[in-house]
Design a protein around this ligand. Sequence first.
Ligand code: PLP
Length: 360
Amino acid sequence: MKRVYNFGAGPSALPLEVLQEAQKELLDFKGAGLSIMEASHRSKLYEAEHNGAIENIRKLYEVPNDYDILLLQGGASLQFAMVPLNLSLGNKVQYVNTGSWSTKAIKEANIQNLNVEIVASSKESGFDRIPQNINFSDDADYAYITSNNTIYGTQYKEFPLTKAPLVVDASSDLFSYPIDWSRVDLLFAGAQKNAGPSGVTIVIIKKDLLNRVGEGVPTILRYKTHADNNSLFNTPPTFGIYLLGLVMKWIDKQGGIKEIQKRNEQKAKLLYDAIDSSDGFYVGHAKKDSRSLMNVSFNIKDKDANLEALLIKEAEANDMIGLKGHRSIGGLRASIYNAMSIDGVQALVDLMQDFANRHK
Ligand SMILES: *Cc1c(COP(=O)(O)O)cnc(C)c1O
């Protein structure tokens, strides 16, 4: 069996053990004689998986009891619309713009004709940092940030303190470090980067926000609908939720989210050290104090597109894929989510050092 090191930004690598478990159970789930994919979402068989996934998210992520955990569809992109639909009270909503995903979220709030304010932005400097001194107003309907910027490779080291409810798009750093829930009121993420396959969106929302929703909002777009129905209002993405549950069990087996965080720090350090010790051959996109532990975006000196393409090609020849940077900044990007092993990162670092020596 061939398995590559997948550095793709998403959908991205899943733990091999998770895929093997799913393979083992695929045709005959726990002796029931059918696949979990074929089971009714109202069956005891499926409900155990559904509730188990939610319980494990609560346990591993230490989600307090005054928050609901919802498993939805539509991706993080639907949350760009659902957040303002559900949380806006008609006063003003405030955003920090740290890249393409924040920009898209801001666009959706504008479509709803809200009073949208950008309180801080790193656009001027090519989204190479998390802005300093972010000041949200106490009376904003909500305050919005993107915790990890998947394309530019920047990440908050600490969430801003707010009186207004803080909304966090954690699509690309979900479950990668413990959350200080005293600072967060709604956190959402598509599962496909750090938690499972595409098709499941995780929303963790403080219960006191559920009743804000206005009368004109369609039933399926209300968080309250899904909270009241334990995310079984309509047919959920059952197979994806089952896989999400397996990923949660895998995280537990690794020693929990603190252990995962430690490994993520080790992996990122390997790569950033390789960049910093290359005598300027490799140039990281993010300012050092804003560097992401999940997505490492970098160029080769003078943004040499030929050398960058050659390195990507050599990586592929060595079974390392998904390293091409996003078209908006070019270069390379190594996505090193929870499921990427230290061995995988070490293999990439070895190639990068060898490549630099040959082309300096
Ligand atoms: C990938 C990504 C999204 C978009 O996710 P979809 O599930 O494709 O809608 C949104 N925000 C961030 C930070 C992302 O990385």
